[in-house]
Design a protein around this ligand. Structure first.
Ligand code: PLP
Length: 379
């Protein structure tokens, strides 16, 4: 079946009593046992729930994995998967990963004895050089947030495999519609389903998708033991959102390409970061490993924070808000918003300046989005 068909049908058709066309929400916290020897597959919602299971089957199929656990947030998915590691283990990650992931690694799991090293992952050689005897994992996030640097997933997986370490990829920015890390050899995929998978800015959630039986069992154990799973209502919302993932992603990236091209020609814009632009340094790599260029873009304005504030005050269609991946366009200032959890030196090292703005392009008509920016930049 084609991807779009799987989005609509996988994990659905669960209601044998009424044959409902959509998956029912089962809010029940507990399920009756038939007798002392067995139940019908679910006994307690922290451990498993039919609505959540439908979402998990769907996401596992879309990424090409064997199993999935749907969690309460993207961060709880990331925190959960880190429990595959132990004190003394060493994990290599990109220097420009999502600020909340950086904070979790640097300020929480480091205290628990796991060591992290942040490298410029654009060059796989930097990852090879950072390998140590106790390295257990390479953490991949591509495209990176907010500067849209692309990591060569295949090259990093080759480094990992030669060293016998696993790779985990955060596929939030593109969704499985545009990028499937398992196809390059990644071992585990995580998502913030808050973003494109749900797509309507009305739920927070996450997912851990595995392709190996041992990882699947351990992740399932950890998610239950720590109580990380999402509620049946939230699972239902994400499952509903996923049905339109393909058409939404197409509309999102159409707007992003138009906006990036417009911004790229503006005298008041110093730099545009969007892999769909032919002058993006990794345009060819993005074209090779992604099905499209996605709908996140960033740009540096001329004139620092005062210029940033002027543009923000004039835009009407772009809401000043964090997050991304919803149908409505959002704009945010990484320095004080999405990446405030990083220290200023870490932000500057990652290339985020006081003039950087990040845009999550929604599914509005591209002409309206460009017109809004035109009046904001010219005014
Ligand atoms: C790439 C990426 N991963 C993970 C997360 C965390 O997800 P959540 O906010 O759902 O916990 C985010 C949030 O913005 C993100 O952008």
């Amino acid at each position: 079946m084609h991807f779009e068909t799987r989005c609509v049908h996988t994990g659905v058709d669960k209601d044998s009593t009424w044959l409902s066309a959509t998956t029912p929400i089962y809010p029940s916290s507990t399920f009756r046992w038939d007798n002392l020897d067995g139940h019908r597959g679910f006994d307690y919602t922290r451990s498993g729930n039919p609505t959540r299971r439908a979402l998990e089957e769907n996401l596992a199929a879309l990424e090409g994995g064997i199993d999935c656990r749907a969690t309460s947030t993207g961060m709880s998915a990331i925190a959960g998967v880190l429990h595959l590691f132990q004190p003394g283990d060493h994990i290599i990650a990109g220097h420009d990963i999502y600020g909340g992931t950086y904070r979790l690694f640097d300020a929480v799991f480091r205290k628990m004895g796991i060591d992290f090293e942040f490298v410029r992952m654009g060059d796989p050689e930097n990852v090879r050089k950072a390998l140590r005897p106790n390295t257990k994992c390479i953490w991949i996030e591509t495209p990176s947030n907010p500067l849209l640097n692309i990591v060569d997933i295949q090259a990093i997986c080759d480094v990992a495999k030669s060293a016998g370490v696993i790779t985990i990829a955060d596929n939030t920015f593109l969704s499985p519609y545009l990028q499937r890390p398992f196809e390059f050899g990644v071992d585990i995929v995580v998502h913030s389903t808050t973003k494109y998978l749900n797509g309507h800015s009305d739920v927070v959630g996450g997912a851990i998708i595995t392709r190996d039986k041992a990882h699947a069992e351990r992740v399932s154990y950890v998610v239950n033991a720590l109580g990380l799973a999402c509620s049946p209502f939230d699972a239902w919302l994400v499952l509903r959102g996923v049905k339109t993932l393909g058409p939404r992603m197409e509309a999102h990236q159409k707007g992003a390409q138009a906006l990036a091209e417009f911004l790229n020609g503006q005298p008041t814009v110093a730099k545009v970061y969007y892999p769909g632009l032919t002058d993006h340094p990794q345009h060819a790599l993005a074209k090779r490993q992604q099905k499209g260029f996605g709908a996140m873009l960033s740009f540096d304005v001329q004139g620092g924070r005062p210029a940033v504030e002027k543009i923000l005050s004039k835009l009407t269609l772009f809401q000043l808000a964090e997050s991304l991946g919803g149908v409505e366009s959002l704009i945010e200032y990484p320095d004080t918003m999405s990446h405030a959890s990083m220290t200023e030196p870490a932000r500057r090292e990652a290339g985020i300046t006081a003039s950087t703005l990040r845009v999550s392009v929604g599914i509005e008509h591209p002409d309206d989005l460009v017109a809004d920016f035109r009046q904001a930049l010219e005014g």
